[in-house]
Design a protein around this ligand. Sequence first.
Ligand SMILES: NC(=O)c1ccc[n+]([C@@H]2O[C@H](COP(=O)([O-])OP(=O)(O)OC[C@H]3O[C@@H](n4cnc5c(N)ncnc54)[C@H](O)[C@@H]3O)[C@@H](O)[C@H]2O)c1
Ligand SMILES: [Zn+2]
Ligand SMILES: [Zn+2]
Length: 370
Amino acid sequence: MRVRAAVLEQFDRPLVVQELDLAAPRAGEVLVRLVACGVCHTDMYTASGADPSGYAPTVLGHEGAGVVEAIGEGVESLSVGDHVVTLFSPQCRRCAHCLDPRTNLCLAIREQQNKGYLPDGTTRLSRDGEPIRHFMGTSTFCECTVMPEIALDKIGREAPLDRACLFACGLSTGLGAAMFTASIAPGSTCAVFGAGMVGLGAVAGCRLREAERIICVDPSAPRLGLARDQGATDCWPADGNAVERILEATGGFGADYTFEATGLVSVMGEAVQAARTGWGLCTIVGVAGKGETLQIVPRLLITGRRVCGSSFGGLKGRDRVPELIELYMHGSLDVDPFISHRMPLQDVNRAFELMAAQDGIRSVLMLGGE
Ligand SMILES: NC(=O)c1ccc[n+]([C@@H]2O[C@H](COP(=O)([O-])OP(=O)(O)OC[C@H]3O[C@@H](n4cnc5c(N)ncnc54)[C@H](O)[C@@H]3O)[C@@H](O)[C@H]2O)c1
Ligand SMILES: [Zn+2]
Ligand SMILES: [Zn+2]
């Protein structure tokens, strides 16, 4: 079939919206007609050429939601008409990692996915017979995509897909960091550094887990306003004194749980220092620049602080994302304020410009497929 897609032709150049060929799903694969797709930093990072593992040409996009249009041989968990959210972090339910509750890093298709191929080592996307590689196993800046069954989340049909797509990456990452990776205890004091999509998700996750005090630190006043609406009890501008203020507010001890959601190694350092003596847990979510390292004074660890990282909120996508979307459907989570702009695929480069200007939290591409 012919599909319209936004193609990264060359790094550091605008994406080019054009028609491509998309082949039918093979065994274990599913054809999804996309309805909506969030535009995330990772898309822009890859488009810029800064990601050393990036490649072109490829169809970017990984925060997709849509409707199953066809299934390949052997697909059992999905049927035509099902509503789905795409997962860049799949869940095969069989590999050593899927069978272990301690991690969500499924091993099933990682190698081919990182190279831009579907699990059988080929692509379904092409242009005049030339294969075009997939991106993050998803390639959702497109009217339709073909993806492995294990990378699709079946969700309830009532959930609006333009909101559901946010759960494909940033929002679930933040929520999960608080709810699953840190699994915070009720009554805790938490501090979240950064109030982008990920940090705001972490604030909401702390609230849903009944934290007593939720401190959020960010240089942007409007973003701190959003953090307050998500349940932050203390919103502080990032002025270099955050660690001191957190220690002061906690009798000199630090916060039970801290979260870093900026990608800045200096802020990661602050999040470690702001974690409580004795048992504080610092969860690092931001992705640092290539080659950057985090320096920690060992004494901070010896005196009881722990540091961990979290990928996709530590959650196993096919099990947990539908549960998180249910929280939204039942009114426990307000995601509408995160969507600042809706636009057609044609305007994808404008979404990158808005993101670079920190205008709003998320632009959502409306892909029309409903
Ligand atoms: N681990 C994962 O699975 C995963 C998934 C998605 C995104 N990420 C990463 O998470 C990070 C956050 O993503 P996002 O989409 O929320 O980004 P974002 O750019 O929207 O948000 C970052 C926020 O940090 C704030 N900030 C800047 N300097 C600060 C400082 N000194 N102190 C406190 N806050 C400061 C900014 O004002 C901004 O609001 C990025 O590094 C992203 O790559 C990780
Ligand atoms: Zn993302
Ligand atoms: Zn697996």
